[in-house]
Ligand binder design. Structure first.
Ligand SMILES: Cc1cc2nc3c(=O)[nH]c(=O)nc-3n(C[C@H](O)[C@H](O)[C@H](O)COP(=O)(O)O)c2cc1C
Length: 440
């Protein structure tokens, strides 16, 4: 078995799977239950001056039959008394000394920061996570993302914490900013030991069109919330990559956002995260998902010959470059595997109306065919095709750069009109009419 233990900026844990600060880490009961099931660390639900939370609190984007593809919340920090949380942190550490318990914190003044750092460290927390990311409710009070959006303020508060902290300090970043590397560098200047990202993205997840109120509804009114879950993974991964590629001021990274299965974990590690944190997937499916995370990661490491998690960290970064470094002479074209085609013709419609008219239909068969000379290798047909491996992209380099649109010519090599019955009988131009609708 590979060694799954990790060390994030001085905080060690038996595996890279941590619970993010959120409802699943609201109490000692939950954290101990999660550790029993295999989670290696937990970032406690943010502590500070306890708030009163609203009812209702959550909304979701359900995409077709996938529920909670995007998840939205208007919940603030903990509403439980600090002394209860401290007592439970102490209990958890007594039963699970090897696991990582990180206290997420959010207060205002320097004195309050100093006091709460001492309190949670006395209770036995292994590290601190500064919540500079919450984009609703707390930011209007000058905390959360209001700090994460001001690199100077972020640096100042981080250095206040570092004045008294004896355990490693993780700065949790907000994605509600143009360039994520600015607060990441400010965290480095403030002497943080690591960063974690992302917190939630400011959002509205739809409107009740009868009541004319966005979701979630609190007595006929609503407010913007924070978006997370599978929908945010692409945004989070790009930000993790940007922070991991910093040449100067790079800090160890805890990757967060839309993680649901072991593949997501592997992706974050390859993009430069030392470990990961999960919230929405646990709120959806429970603590038990850690079994898939662990067995999947173990199998992947075995297949690829990795002995430790650390060996994997950042392995994809060298393959992420800027656009101008991409090979313009690389050429792929689509191939339709006829035996797998279910004749839905989604590829034809997508390519015909939404891309490059590189798929034709014949009168003899409902199976579309590729017009290779028009295919720019954009992938669209293979993305819309509902059958796995029915359309594959095949390499066809010819040593030349590819041109998306051939020039319209007068000499007849590229015909200028084609009457498409689906276009209301109007003549319109396509690259090659005989191929686009092969009448043979
Ligand atoms: C209901 C809810 C409450 C949350 N509360 C906190 C919090 O108290 N502190 C914090 O730093 N992040 C909080 N978050 C953000 C998560 O820790 C995490 O950064 C975000 O949800 C992205 O991860 P995910 O896509 O796995 O959910 C909360 C998220 C949700 C959904």
């Amino acid at each position: 078995m590979a060694d799954l233990s990790v060390n994030l900026g001085g905080i060690s844990s038996p595996n890279p799977f941590w619970l993010a600060s959120a409802p699943p880490t609201n109490s000692g009961y939950q954290v101990m239950k999660a550790f029993d099931q295999g989670w290696g660390g937990a970032v406690w639900k943010t502590l500070g001056v306890p708030v009163v939370n609203v009812s209702s609190r959550y909304g979701a984007v359900n995409y077709r039959d996938i529920r909670m593809m995007g998840f939205n919340n208007i919940e603030l920090i903990t509403d439980r008394p600090l002394k209860d949380n401290l007592k439970e942190i102490e209990e958890v550490k007594k039963y699970f000394p090897e696991h990582a318990v990180i206290a997420s914190l959010m207060v205002e003044s320097r004195e309050e920061w100093h006091q709460i750092v001492k309190d949670v460290e006395n209770a036995g927390a292994d590290g601190l996570e500064l919540n500079f990311g919450c984009p609703h409710g707390m930011c209007e009070r000058g905390m959360g993302s209001a700090v994460g959006q001001e690199p100077n303020v972020l640096e100042t508060i981080t250095s206040w914490v570092k004045e008294v902290a004896h355990t490693p300090v993780i700065v949790k970043l907000t994605p509600n900013i143009t360039d994520i590397t600015e607060p990441a560098l400010a965290a480095h200047k403030g002497k943080a030991d690591a960063i974690s990202l992302i917190n939630t993205i400011q959002s509205l997840v739809g409107v009740d069109i009868d009541q004319m109120v966005p979701y979630p509804i609190v007595d006929g009114k609503s407010t913007n919330g924070g978006y997370c879950g599978p929908a945010v993974k692409p945004i989070a991964q790009n930000m993790v990559k940007n922070c991991a590629q910093l040449e100067y001021g790079r800090l160890p990274i805890s990757g967060i956002g839309g993680i649901e299965n072991w593949r997501d974990v592997v992706e974050y590690l390859l993009l430069g995260a030392t470990n990961v944190q999960v919230c929405t997937a646990v709120m959806h499916y429970g603590f038990g998902i850690v079994r898939d995370l662990e067995s999947g990661l173990q199998q992947y490491m075995k297949d690829k010959g990795f002995q430790t998690v650390n060996e994997m960290v950042g392995k994809a970064l060298g393959n992420v470059t800027s656009w101008e470094n991409l090979n313009l002479k690389y050429k792929i074209v689509a191939e339709i595997h006829q035996e797998k085609c279910i004749e839905c013709q989604l590829c034809y419609t997508a390519c015909e109306d939404g891309a490059h008219q590189a798929i034709g239909l014949s009168e003899k068969s409902r199976i579309p065919y590729i017009i290779e000379e028009n295919c720019v290798g954009c992938n669209l047909c293979s993305l819309v095709c509902p059958v796995e491996e029915c359309i594959t992209m095949e390499r066809r380099d010819n040593g030349q750069e590819q041109i998306t649109w051939k020039e319209r010519t007068e000499n007849g090599t590229i015909p200028t009109t084609f009457n498409d019955p689906l276009a209301g009988g109007r003549d319109h131009w396509v690259p090659d009419p005989k191929d686009a609708f092969n009448k043979e």
